[in-house]
Design a protein around this ligand. Structure first.
Ligand SMILES: Nc1ncnc2c1ncn2[C@@H]1O[C@H](COP(=O)(O)OP(=O)(O)O)[C@@H](O)[C@H]1O
Ligand SMILES: [Mg+2]
Length: 163
């Protein structure tokens, strides 16, 4: 539990504060400039910044976001269906956010019926609802789910001093 608090406390809040390859950082900056985040699938090894980036994009855009954890409640179809549907259909009175984003963390641990249900929800929701899925292992995700999203793979680049 205390690890969790430290990770949250020191999680960068802005894309500028994330350490990322230039090309990926530019892509995120372009989303912010455009004021829109497309459906995104962020994949890469654990601890490389997927959750951080998803939250930072939402915060910087002033979007309302709802996180479903694929290793936890995200494995249960009814829970996901009810919670995601409620989130997508309610109007937030507290904020004037123009976007609603459903973040599916550890998406590779959700079941295929959960993935299909979320895909249907996104297709039938008002255009202001986007999804951002974060996966370590992409192959556990259904193909239609991957095709519906802009795929960004975070690679660990290792600098080798050849001299
Ligand atoms: N690219 C990054 N830039 C800056 N800090 C990072 C980055 N990636 C990870 N971190 C640090 O590591 C912690 C865990 O990262 P997280 O985004 O949860 O990883 P992932 O979701 O890819 O497993 C964050 O709170 C942050 O402090
Ligand atoms: Mg994560």
């Amino acid at each position: 539990m205390s690890d969790f608090i430290w990770v949250e406390k020191y999680r960068p809040q802005k894309i500028e504060d994330c350490i990322l390859p230039d090309s990926i950082k530019k892509t995120f900056r372009d989303f912010l400039t455009a004021g829109e985040i497309p459906n995104l699938l962020l994949s890469g090894p654990p601890g490389i910044g997927k959750t951080t980036v998803a939250k930072a994009l939402c915060k910087e855009l002033g979007a309302d976001y709802y996180v479903i954890n694929g290793s936890d409640e995200g494995r249960f179809l009814d829970t996901v269906r009810n919670n995601a549907k409620n989130f997508a259909s309610t109007v937030s009175l507290a904020s004037e956010a123009s976007h609603k984003v459903i973040i599916i963390d550890e998406a590779d641990n959700t079941t295929s019926d959960v993935q299909l249900s979320l895909e249907r929800l996104l297709r039938s929701s008002p255009q202001t609802v986007d999804s951002s899925s974060l996966a370590t292992i992409r192959t556990r995700l259904l193909l239609p789910y991957i095709h519906a999203a802009v795929l960004l793979t975070f690679l660990l680049t290792k600098r080798i001093n050849q001299r």
